[in-house]
Design a protein around this ligand. Structure first.
Ligand code: HEC
Ligand code: HEC
Length: 413
């Protein structure tokens, strides 16, 4: 009897689901699902969450200077009053040119700030369309996001027309037609920022697919180079190299991040890892393997080297990346392995996590104390900069906390 009613309930539930989605064709459901997959890989949710944790409702502030100017992640849900009002064509334009549609038409056009549209712009139209369909299918959330205050410097930045060729790397390349590019594989082959023919690196059809798919994910949604390349780009608006990636240092780390909320993560400052350096790069370590890469992303842990195992520094989005399929994660690894090792000054000895503290008892290493002015453990014994937390210096064999206006906060290593 009990079993029979459970089965009946199940049938009614299935029927209910059918009724609920009756206005969506199987193709639409497929598109929305794939859009959701892509949005996760693009880490959209992390910046577009609300301050109380509601997905895609927006409102998290990002400081853009020291004068109090800030931009906020927008509400991307379809709420009629406070949500995203862009048509699909406008959405594509925003993703491809950075255009800020909140600026009235009769004013000079502006560019959105902090939002990494200059990576997402290379997504295929089919994938942009899937992401849009997913955002439209979200439950509407009423969440009023205050307008951005970009400050005079960033307000002068204008949208950038979508180019006919990939022009952000060492050499410009044609963008292949995308109609038949289901996996973004042709696109992936043309947007790797390093010179040379990417596809020469794979010896089988399957490997070539994987490498190109990996390039697509790394150089669009994953936006790895925004955090792992320092300097990441040439952001001088009128320079001929505008938006080009700092390829000499491609993915060799060294960018510093202040951590919010420090008390929760026990980290006050982090530095992106060197992935590609000949001697100090994660991918060129003796312990490197596909499995170690997958384990790193799955666990969010630094698995070997000094101080390991320990949690990876925030904001590495491993908890988004680990939800990708194994094939996509292997593709990312396969692509990263084609990158020639970065040498000399570009092969950075990046620093470990600077730990947050409130009292000396939070810092238990030899000679350590809590530097109360900046809430970080200092005094740690060191032989090199890499033994110290992000932006600390090593002086007389002990780590010293940085000054409040240390250049490292903006320029990293
Ligand atoms: C690093 C943080 C960050 C990430 C990651 C991010 N965004 Fe944003 N996004 C922002 C911020 C901040 C703004 C507003 C910027 C401004 O006002 O200048 C914005 C604005 C937008 C807008 C304009 C909305 C409107 O109503 O005009 C769209 C669309 C958008 N983001 C979509 C996305 C999608 C899709 C993804 C993932 C593929 C994504 N964003 C990932 C920070 C981010
Ligand atoms: C928002 C910034 C950000 C983005 C985007 C990002 N990372 Fe990271 N990544 C970091 C930080 C910070 C660390 C942590 C460094 C530490 O713990 O010392 C890190 C660590 C890592 C590590 C661990 C390295 C080690 O030494 O154990 C790997 C691997 C990695 N990232 C790969 C990637 C890949 C691949 C992408 C793109 C698909 C990516 N990251 C995108 C910021 C980022």
């Amino acid at each position: 009897m009990k079993e029979a009613s459970a089965a009946g309930l199940r049938m009614m539930a299935d029927r209910g689901v059918e009724l609920q989605t009756v206005d969506k064709s199987p193709d639409e459901v497929l598109k929305i699902g794939y859009g959701s997959y892509l949005a996760n890989a693009g880490v959209c949710d992390v910046c577009h969450v609300s301050t109380d944790g509601t997905a895609y409702a927006g409102g998290v502030p990002f400081a853009v200077d020291l004068e109090g100017n800030q931009v906020l992640g927008k509400n991307l849900t379809p709420d009629a009053r406070t949500g995203m009002k862009l048509s699909e064509a406008q959405f594509v334009e925003t993703m491809r040119t950075g255009k800020d549609f909140s600026v009235p038409e009769d004013q000079a056009p502006q560019q959105l700030v902090v939002f990494p549209w200059y990576d997402y712009r290379w997504l295929t139209l089919a994938d942009l369309s899937a992401i849009y369909a997913f955002l439209r299918a979200l439950p509407p959330v009423e969440s009023e996001v205050p307008p951005a205050q970009k400050g005079a410097f960033f307000a002068a930045f204008t949208p950038v027309a979508f180019p006919a060729r990939f022009d952000q790397g060492e050499e410009d390349r044609d963008l292949s037609p995308e109609d038949a590019d289901v996996d973004g594989v042709s696109r992936g082959a043309s947007i790797s920022p390093l010179a040379g023919e990417l596809m020469d690196a794979g010896s089988t059809e399957k490997q070539r697919w994987s490498i190109a798919r990996g390039s697509y994910l790394v150089n669009t949604l994953g936006h790895c180079s925004d955090c792992h390349t320092n300097p990441s780009r040439d952001f001088e608006q009128n320079s001929p190299r505008y938006l080009r990636i700092g390829t000499e240092n491609f993915l060799s780390g060294g960018f510093a991040f202040p951590v919010f909320p420090a008390a929760l993560t026990k980290q006050i400052r982090t530095m992106s890892s060197n992935l590609t350096g000949a001697e100090h790069g994660f991918l060129n370590a003796a312990s490197d393997s596909e499995q170690r890469f997958l384990d790193t992303i799955d666990s969010g842990m630094k698995l070997d080297g000094p101080g390991a195992p320990r949690l990876l520094g925030w904001p590495m989005p491993w908890d988004n990346f680990r939800l990708m399929t194994r094939a996509d994660l292997v593709a990312i690894y396969d692509y990263l392995k084609t990158i020639p090792p970065r040498l000399h000054a570009a092969d950075k000895q990046t620093q470990t996590v600077a730990r947050y503290c409130e009292a000396d008892s939070d810092c238990l290493g030899e000679g350590e104390r809590c530097e109360l002015a900046s809430s970080e453990c200092a005094g740690t014994s060191c032989a090199a900069l890499a033994d110290c937390g992000a932006c600390q210096s090593c002086s007389d064999a002990a780590c010293v906390a940085p000054a409040a206006d240390d250049a490292c906060f903006f320029h990293g290593l």
